[in-house]
Design a protein around this ligand. Structure first.
Ligand code: ADP
Ligand code: CIR
Length: 342
C-alpha cells in the first residue's frame, strides 16, 4: 500500500495525523487477529469527507497503531496518552432533576452504550462465523433478563420490510450501515448475524452486531433522564453477569470507532428549539460550552425536521458516565433557558 492521497480541503483527523513518517512506521504492522493499517484507515481513505476516518479491528489496534490513534483520541476527547479512564455508572451518584418537567421542549430521552465481547475481534475484523457466535452468545444472555428488561430477540434476517422500516422510522432500529461503515467492512454478510432485542414497551433495546457487537439502549418519551440512566445501569449490570466486555485500564470500554471509547455512551434528547434553530451561532455557543453535539432527527449524518434536534454529549472518554449524563442535562437546561428568553 502506498501513502494515500487526500484532497487539499480534507479535514478528517486521519488526514491530519497520518503523516508520511507515521505511515512508514505502521504500514507493515499487523495485530494478532491480522488487522492492518490499510484496514484501519480504509473508511477515511475512501470517504475523504470523514470527520475521523478510522475503525479499529481489535483491542490491540489501539496499542499497535497508537502513533496514529493516540493523537486522534487526544483531539476528539481531550485525553492524553498518560490519562486513565474511570467508569461510574452508579445512578445514585447522578442527582439531577428533570430539565423539562412540563414537557414543552423535550420529546424523548435516549442513552446508549456500546460494548464488545473481550474474546473476539471487533466488527470490522469479525469473520462470518465469529459474528454468528457473538449473536448466539448475546441473544442467550438477553433471553435471561427479567422484569422490566424481559423481552424478545428479533434477527434482522427474515424480518419483514414493513416492520423493519417502521422500527427505523420510530428511532428504535439501526439502518443498514452507511458508506463509512461499508468501507470499514461493517456491512459484510448483511443482514446475517444482526438483530434487535427489545422489551414490550421498547424502553430497553439492544442492537446486535451493528457498529459494535452490542449497543445497549434505554429510552422513553419525556425528559426524565435519571429514569433512563437508571434502567440502562441496571441492564448493563445484569448483562455483565453473563458476558465479559472488552475493557482497557487506559481506554475504558473498547469500541470500533475511537469516538466511542471510554464510556461508549451517547446520552441524548430530542428537543424542539424553533427559535435557537434560527440562530445557529448562539445555538453552537451553548452546545460548545457544554461539549454537546448536534445531530439531526434520524441520527448521525441526518438533518433536523420541524426544529427538532438530537443533542448529546460529545466526549465519551476521560469522563465518567455520570459526568457525561450530567453535562448533557445541564446543557439541555441552558438551551431551554435561552429558547425561553428569545
Ligand atoms: P447512535 O446513537 O447509536 O450513535 P444514531 O445517531 O444513528 O446512532 O442514532 C440511532 C437512532 O436513535 C436514530 O434513529 C436516532 O434518531 C435515535 N435517537 C437518538 N436520540 C434519540 C432520542 N433522544 N429520542 C429518540 N430517538 C433518538
Ligand atoms: C467519520 O469519520 O466521519 C465517520 N466514521 C463517523 C465518525 C464517528 N461519529 C462521530 O464523530 N459523530
Amino acid at each position: 500500500m502506498n501513502y494515500p492521497q487526500f484532497p487539499k480541503n480534507c479535514t478528517s483527523l486521519l488526514c491530519k495525523y497520518l503523516t508520511p513518517e507515521v505511515f512508514d512506521e505502521l504500514k507493515d504492522k499487523k495485530t494478532r487477529y491480522g488487522y492492518t493499517l490499510e484496514q484501519l484507515i480504509r473508511s477515511g481513505v475512501e470517504n475523504v469527507d470523514s470527520g475521523i476516518g478510522v475503525y479499529a479491528g481489535d483491542e490491540e489496534s489501539y496499542e499497535l497503531f497508537a502513533p496514529l490513534l493516540d493523537p486522534i483520541i487526544r483531539e476528539y476527547h481531550g485525553f492524553g496518552p498518560d490519562d486513565r479512564h474511570v467508569s461510574d455508572m452508579d445512578p445514585a451518584h447522578l442527582q439531577i432533576g428533570n430539565p423539562d418537567p412540563e414537557g414543552a421542549y423535550v420529546l424523548s430521552t435516549r442513552i446508549r452504550v456500546g460494548r464488545n465481547l473481550h474474546c473476539f475481534p471487533l466488527g470490522p475484523n469479525l469473520s462470518r462465523r465469529e459474528r454468528l457466535v457473538v449473536e448466539c452468545m448475546v441473544s442467550d444472555a438477553l433471553r435471561a433478563l427479567e422484569g422490566e428488561l424481559a423481552g424478545s430477540y428479533h434477527p434482522l434476517e427474515g424480518m419483514d420490510k414493513e416492520t423493519r422500516e417502521r422500527m427505523i422510522k420510530d428511532h428504535f432500529l439501526f439502518k443498514e450501515g452507511d458508506r463509512f461503515l461499508e468501507a470499514a467492512g461493517l456491512n459484510r454478510d448483511w443482514p446475517e448475524g444482526r438483530g434487535i432485542y427489545h422489551n414490550t414497551d421498547k424502553t430497553f433495546l439492544v442492537w446486535v452486531n451493528e457498529e459494535d457487537q452490542l449497543r445497549i439502549i434505554s429510552m422513553e418519551p419525556g425528559a426524565d433522564i435519571a429514569s433512563v440512566f437508571g434502567r440502562l445501569a441496571k441492564a448493563v449490570k445484569s448483562l455483565e453477569k453473563r458476558l465479559v466486555f472488552a475493557f482497557s485500564e487506559r481506554l475504558g470500554y473498547i469500541t470500533s470507532c475511537p469516538t466511542n471509547l471510554g464510556t461508549a455512551m451517547r446520552a441524548s434528547v430530542h428537543i424542539r428549539l424553533p427559535k435557537l434553530g434560527k440562530d445557529m451561532e448562539k445555538f453552537k455557543t451553548i452546545t460548545d460550552r457544554y461539549e454537546l453535539q448536534i445531530r439531526g432527527i434520524h441520527g448521525e449524518h441526518s438533518e433536523s425536521e420541524g426544529s427538532v434536534y438530537d443533542i448529546s454529549n460529545k466526549r465519551r472518554l476521560g469522563i465518567t458516565e455520570v459526568q457525561a449524563v450530567r453535562q448533557m442535562a445541564e446543557g439541555v437546561e441552558a438551551l431551554i433557558e435561552e429558547e425561553k428568553r428569545l
